[in-house]
Design a protein around this ligand. Structure first.
Ligand code: 5GP
Ligand code: MN
Length: 329
């Protein structure tokens, strides 16, 4: 654990123009951390560029976020004195921004992934934080930033999404303490729940019906999986960004130890999202295919057909299960 807040604060205070970047295909934590940091830095008169390394597209459940309209295309922020990365485990997660890294004098890498590669000049890492937003909150408090209700709302949104609404294993006393403080700073939890979780379009609901209808259970590996195909998006009118929480429905089945959703992404192979309950380390499995993530939540991009991906995944889960059985014997 490494939280050099003082060093980071000094560097931030001494820098006029700062680029902030979240990981590609940003989730609630990436958006919340990025925009909260941007808002506070702007309040102190900094010139801030907030971005991530792919075409800017904002999923409907995050379009309401304060400051979302200030995000700019990453091609406008390719150099500067300081880059702050948020929720990025490694340089690859920066997408198109990766090739711009040499253009920055310093990098502050703020993240909570166990497999973070320490690519920053300053690395602010906390593997016990449920969300990068927890770390950003602590840094902002350390810097005496003005946490108004917008900033609090952004950070709360980051925490609520990365903890599965305070239900995943990463939820700690500190998570709940920070959430309490954020509510004291003006967050209305029900508003955020409504905007993020009751914001599905009807076409997305119909796509969810397809995904649940296709779900399969493999008893040997206790794996429940399903998939979306390119054609689904066209046929239902749903958007890829709308499918972020589908995995949560698959993991609800008591039979599942691991839930997986495979998504055909036009021009970008097959994305897989993985969730596990208990001891199966899906982060380790995802890393075998150049992906990554946490023990219980991970993802990767695969270049194989869905059937082969299922076979691979099931085999790797069984291998981990038998390894842990033999250790415990
Ligand atoms: P999701 O399934 O929601 O896309 O991602 C779950 C977790 O795995 C998140 O913490 C996310 O940052 C991480 N993750 C997803 N895909 C990748 C990937 O391709 N590489 C790495 N390093 N982490 C990933
Ligand atoms: Mn995160």
């Amino acid at each position: 654990m490494n939280k050099p807040f003082a060093e980071a604060a000094l560097l931030i205070n001494a820098t006029e123009s700062i680029v902030l970047a979240a990981h590609v295909q940003p989730d609630g934590d990436a958006f919340g951390s990025l925009l909260a940091m941007a808002t506070c830095l702007k309040q102190t008169g900094k010139n801030v560029c907030s971005t991530w390394g792919e075409e800017i597209r904002i999923p409907p459940q995050y379009q309401w976020m304060p400051g979302i309209d200030t995000v700019v295309d990453c091609r406008q922020c390719t150099e500067g004195d300081l880059l702050i990365t948020l929720d990025c485990a490694n340089e690859r997660r920066l997408g198109m921004m990766e090739s711009s890294l040499p253009g920055f004098k310093s990098i502050i890498n703020i993240d909570h992934h166990v497999d973070n590669s320490n690519f920053g000049t300053i690395n602010i890492l906390d593997f016990y934080a449920s969300a990068t937003a927890e770390i950003v909150y602590q840094l902002l408090r350390f810097m005496n930033a003005d946490i108004d209700s917008d900033v609090a709302t952004l950070l709360y949104a980051g925490i609520v999404t990365d903890t599965g609404r305070f239900q995943y294993q990463n939820t700690t006393a500190q998570t709940l303490r920070i959430a309490t403080e954020l509510v004291e700073f003006g967050v209305i939890p029900n508003n955020i729940f409504h905007k993020i979780y009751e914001n599905l379009s009807f076409s997305t609901l119909k796509l969810l019906a397809r995904v649940l209808d296709r779900a399969k259970y493999i008893a040997e590996s206790k794996l429940i999986y399903s998939y979306t195909l390119n054609g689904d998006l066209k046929e239902t009118g749903a958007d890829m960004g709308d499918t972020e929480n589908f995995i949560d429905y698959l993991r609800m089945a008591k039979e599942s130890n691991v839930a997986a959703i495979f998504k055909e992404v036009p021009g970008a192979g097959l994305r897989v999202s993985l969730r596990s309950k208990g001891s199966i380390d899906v982060g380790a499995i995802a890393r075998e295919k150049s992906g990554g993530g946490h023990r219980n939540a991970a993802g990767a991009t695969l270049n194989i057909p869905i059937a082969d991906a299922v076979e691979w995944l099931s085999t790797r889960i069984i291998a981990q299960t038998s390894a842990s059985i033999s250790i415990n014997e």
